[in-house]
Design a binder for this molecule. Structure first.
Ligand code: GLU
Length: 410
């Protein structure tokens, strides 16, 4: 399954090529990563394949997280770095796109080993990183502590302080007060914009959330707090479903105590696959890529999908959903709150100014809504004959190609 992620991107680009009359040269530029750095991290007797891929630096230094997961492979990191390129462009940030990954399961590792892998990653790739080169951040199964070890290792290597070389840091190492739940915050802002646009009443909506990591957990919490009925949530071990709605506070407490939402007594246990097909109005995808595919898209009941994960819907699934009239709010918009706040952190680190929390929260909202409006404008211009993903891709790609043209690369 995993080795097919980038092929979805190629199909999408072919569609945008037609819509925007792009040349073969432009498509080649858009679909070729600028640098693939690969190594094997050796920790004792074990080795872990690791990548840092800079997909594009046309708009600025590379930017994107580092994923620790046993399923990480080159095709996945390459796809994730492509999506970062588009995400950063759509969000209007001064960044290209990049991503890193280690094929390693931190859930099975001791703290000592986790720290070793984090430091080795920097030892292997530090030459490619820096606040003006390529700036990592957290992603699946990485967090602020890992960013702290990575910053420390980087600063030891280069011999000076440079907090702006990485984002998603703890507050005491010049992190940003908003970063912890920023991805969910951004997705929540977009969900509310969607409700307004399609005149939906939150009190009447049932929501299912797939994934209960940083993004999914906070998103469920925000939705529940705001009066949405969250009827199902899941983590990698499975999900829990209650028609009448879950008590998210309790689910979070169980997850923290017992390691999985499935341990929650209320409701019925479902698989991750079953959760996708539940009778809900909004499906929030906050786990991994390739979840809604050509095999299950027709069985998805939700009329609205919000992609908080990167790449959770395949190209073929998109076609089926579009025909059914399902609105898919694409990842490169819905989950861009994380990297937008990373940008605030980076900018603070560079200027030495600490900006007010309320000001930053407002700025995040303004930026998210501005991207939403841009996407909806293109959607309308095309008489709603293309989906939201194509609309978002068009805006992102126009800006990247403009930068390439101005640089003389086209
Ligand atoms: N990993 C997050 C993403 O996929 C955040 C990246 C960042 O902050 O650079 O968007």
């Amino acid at each position: 399954m995993k080795d097919k992620v980038f092929s979805n991107i190629v199909k999408r680009l072919a569609e945008v090529k037609k819509l925007e009359n792009l040349t073969v040269k432009e498509i080649r530029l858009l679909s070729t990563p600028k640098r693939i750095a690969y190594t094997k991290l050796k920790i004792g007797k074990k080795t872990y394949p690791a990548w840092r891929i800079l997909f594009s630096d046309a708009l600025g230094p590379g930017k994107g997280g580092i994923r620790f997961h046993p399923g990480v492979c080159q095709d996945e990191v390459k796809s994730l770095s492509f999506w970062m390129t588009l995400k950063n462009s759509l969000a209007g940030l001064p960044y290209g796109g990049a991503k890193g990954g280690v094929q390693f399961d931190p859930r099975q590792a001791s703290d000592k080993e986790l720290q070793q892998v984090s430091r080795k990653f920097i030892d292997a790739f530090y030459k490619y990183l820096g606040q003006d080169k390529d700036i990592p951040a957290p992603d699946v199964y990485t967090n602020s502590q890992i960013m702290a070890w990575m910053l420390d290792e980087y600063e030891k290597k280069v011999g000076y302080h440079q907090p702006g070389m990485i984002t998603g840091k703890p507050l005491d190492l010049q992190g940003c007060v908003l970063r912890g739940d920023a991805t969910a915050k951004g997705a929540f802002i977009i969900t509310k914009a969607m409700l307004k646009k399609f005149k939906l009443n939150k009190k009447k909506l049932k929501v299912a959330v797939q994934g209960f990591g940083n993004a999914g957990l906070f998103m469920s919490q925000m939705l529940a707090k705001d009066g949405f009925r969250v009827v199902a949530v899941s983590d990698s071990k499975g999900g829990i479903y209650s028609k009448t709605g879950l008590n998210i506070k309790k689910v979070i407490a169980i997850k923290k105590k017992q390691g999985s939402v499935t341990k929650h007594k209320q409701g019925q246990v479902v698989t991750n696959a079953q959760l996708l097909e539940l009778p809900v109005d909004i499906l929030v995808l906050a786990a991994l890529e390739n979840q809604v595919t050509k095999d299950n898209a027709k069985d998805v009941k939700a009329k609205y999908i919000v992609e908080v994960a990167n790449g959770p819907t395949t190209y073929d699934a998109d076609q089926i959903l579009f025909k059914k009239g399902t609105m898919v709010v694409p990842d490169i918009l819905a989950n861009s709150g994380g990297v937008t706040v990373s940008y605030f952190e980076w900018a603070q680190n560079r200027t030495g100014n600490i900006l007010d929390k309320d000001y930053l929260a407002k700025l995040l909202e303004t930026k998210m809504l501005s991207s939403w409006n841009k996407m909806m404008t293109v959607y309308r211009e095309h008489d709603k004959k293309i989906d939201l993903r194509a609309s978002a891709y068009i805006i992102a790609i126009r800006r990247i190609l403009s930068a390439e043209r101005l640089r003389g690369n086209l």
